[in-house]
Design a protein around this ligand. Structure first.
Ligand SMILES: CC(C)(COP(=O)(O)OP(=O)(O)OC[C@H]1O[C@@H](n2cnc3c(N)ncnc32)[C@H](O)[C@@H]1OP(=O)(O)O)[C@@H](O)C(=O)NCCC(=O)NCCS
Length: 174
């Protein structure tokens, strides 16, 4: 397994991981119609642009046979006005590849990169009903606040975790 920075040519693979993960992770949480309407093509369009944004760093986890099984990305905080903080926008590992340390390795690379860019803290938003939020709790994330998003007219509560010390977070990711 290799973790490396994403390049433009990874957009298709990332789009596929993203759609497949949404469907397995958010079944029963996100409205079925929304999940059904997700497509590789639409996500590809988004990722093709996103990978090229200079402020946004994207990493992929790739198996020896070349298959991309996970990714994460982060950049400037989208909503709050938080000093020296970057936001983890997304981290998704295909179900079949979960629990093998890939999530931690990806996040380690992103946090290291963001530390080098001068960031001191991290925030991440996660759907309240998503059990995988325990990943952030294990890493000692502190509950920061609540919000919600509306998908297909359904309001979905979200919670944010903050990590005030990136070097401590990096140690927990080793
Ligand atoms: C959450 C996710 C990124 C973690 O990546 P991963 O490669 O599966 O996790 P790792 O193997 O690196 O394990 C990291 C640690 O988190 C723990 N963990 C992961 N998911 C967990 C869960 N659902 N409940 C409890 N602990 C969990 C692991 O037990 C492990 O702990 P350890 O280091 O003490 O053994 C991955 O499982 C995933 O993509 N989940 C679905 C998508 C998702 O919910 N993403 C986050 C949305 S914001």
């Amino acid at each position: 397994m290799k973790v490396r920075e994403a390049v433009a040519g990874d957009a298709e693979a990332i789009a596929k991981v993203s759609v497949d993960c949404w469907k397995t992770t958010y079944k029963g949480i996100v409205p079925t119609t929304y999940l059904k309407n997700m497509s590789y093509a639409k996500r590809y369009k988004k990722w093709k642009k996103q990978i090229l944004i200079e402020d946004v760093q994207t990493y992929v986890g790739q198996k020896e046979n070349g298959e991309v099984v996970g990714f994460c990305d982060g950049g400037p905080v989208r909503k709050e006005n938080l000093h020296e903080t970057f936001e983890l926008y997304a981290i998704y590992i295909l179900e079949k590849a979960q629990g093998q340390g890939i999530g931690k390795s990806l996040l380690y690379q992103l946090v290291s990169d963001m530390t080098d860019r001068g960031y001191k803290h991290m925030i991440v938003w996660v759907l309240e009903k998503n059990d995988y939020r325990r990943f952030y709790e294990k890493l000692k994330g502190r509950l920061y606040g609540k919000d919600e998003i509306t998908l297909e007219g359904e309001r979905l509560p979200m919670v944010a975790y903050t990590f005030s010390d990136l070097s401590a977070l990096r140690k927990n990711l080793l």
